[in-house]
Ligand binder design. Structure first.
Ligand SMILES: NC(=O)c1ccc[n+]([C@@H]2O[C@H](COP(=O)([O-])OP(=O)(O)OC[C@H]3O[C@@H](n4cnc5c(N)ncnc54)[C@H](OP(=O)(O)O)[C@@H]3O)[C@@H](O)[C@H]2O)c1
Length: 327
């Protein structure tokens, strides 16, 4: 495992981050604990959770799984999505972020959160309210660094500008969706993060599992997979258009040629992509985790990497194409 700087923050994180969205859901506590132990044994030190995952259960399991090893872990969590029915237990308001942070600390069984992330843009709360609250949490020692997830580029740039203006702690990290299936972050978010020195930790680097090659176009999706499980909150339809099926075919092709698994091919492409700090890997069991952990420590050859990049090409749109054309 290699370690990379978390953007401009003075902390180093493993090149794979462990996601815990399956904990308390697809993975029971015993399996989740095995997943955490195996990840740490492989050299992983970076773990991502959120208050909303299984409505707090993922944080509780994660806290218990890292008890005794807390000091060696860079622990990330998030707030913003609803926790229960209370009309104010949602969003990036001062009221909710303060309450959510205290509750996450309790559930995680720790005195501090290394990376506290706003889970999504909140159009109802002024950014000044959110950023000053996050700054207070850092000053109080409850939070070490702050990050954003699911922000548009103007949201992020506005936040960075306000932080500079008011001398508040700036976001050091962005958590966007990014994979061979979903490369939209390349339009503005990745160049912005590179320009401003932010770390990038992509979620769903396997497109929610579609890049493992387990789904076929005309067959019904198996139960017990995210795609086949209608109760799962992540919808698959937007991930499986014609372009996506071509990308999946290219990944399978690369897997056949290299002897690697499709998941390893897709993850290796993300880990080595310019501007990426650490994709967040998800697993429901140890077999999946071990498959994914073997995605690092080697490089795709140039031709295979280019073939994957080409198969997943997408239109940048205006004004990016105009600017490219202008040279
Ligand atoms: N900020 C956000 O809004 C946001 C959103 C989503 C996720 N996240 C974070 O990102 C992490 C990863 O997201 P994700 O779970 O969507 O990532 P992903 O890697 O795209 O998908 C993971 C899922 O793919 C399947 N899978 C994984 N490895 C496999 C393998 N080797 N072989 C076969 N199937 C495999 C499993 O689902 P099945 O077994 O069910 O098929 C697994 O739960 C989450 O844990 C969370 O920390 C953040």
């Amino acid at each position: 495992m290699e370690y990379r700087q978390l953007g401009r923050a003075g902390v180093r994180v493993s090149e794979l981050c462990l996601g815990t969205m399956t904990f308390g859901n697809e993975a029971d506590e015993a399996t989740s604990k095995q997943i955490v132990d195996t990840f740490i044994d492989a050299g992983g030190n970076f773990i991502d959770t959120a208050n909303v995952y299984s409505q707090g259960v993922s944080e509780e399991i994660t806290g218990r799984a890292i008890a005794g090893k807390r000091d060696q872990i860079v622990l990330a969590t998030k707030a913003r999505f609803p926790m229960g029915a209370d009309t104010n237990a949602v969003g990036s308001s001062r009221r909710n972020l303060r309450a959510a942070c205290e509750a996450s600390l309790q559930r995680l069984g720790t005195d501090w959160i290394d990376l506290y992330q706003v889970h999504c843009w909140d159009k109802f709360t002024p950014l000044e309210e959110t950023l000053s609250t996050l700054d207070d949490l850092v000053r109080e020692g409850k939070v070490r660094y702050i990050g954003a997830s699911n922000f548009a580029s103007w949201h992020l740039m506005k936040a960075l500008g306000l932080s500079t203006l008011h001398r508040w702690e700036p976001f050091v990290c962005l958590q966007p969706e990014y994979s061979l299936i979903t490369r939209d972050a390349e339009r503005e978010l990745l160049p912005l993060c590179e320009s401003e020195g932010l770390a990038v930790i992509p979620w769903s680097p396997l497109g929610g599992g579609v890049l493992t090659g387990k789904y076929t176009k005309d067959a019904e999706f198996d139960k017990g997979t995210r795609g086949g499980d209608s109760d799962n909150p992540i919808t698959f339809t937007y991930r499986l258009d014609d372009r996506a099926w071509n990308v999946i075919a290219a990944v399978k092709d690369a897997a056949e040629k290299t002897g690697k698994s499709a998941a390893q091919i897709a993850l290796n492409w993300v880990v080595n992509r310019r501007g990426i700090t650490a994709p967040i890997i998800g697993a429901r069991n140890l077999t999946q985790l071990n498959d994914n952990l073997a995605a690092i420590g080697w490089q795709l050859d140039d031709d295979t990497r280019k073939a994957l990049t080409w198969a997943s090409a997408f239109r940048l749109g205006y004004p990016h194409e105009f600017i490219q054309f202008a040279g």
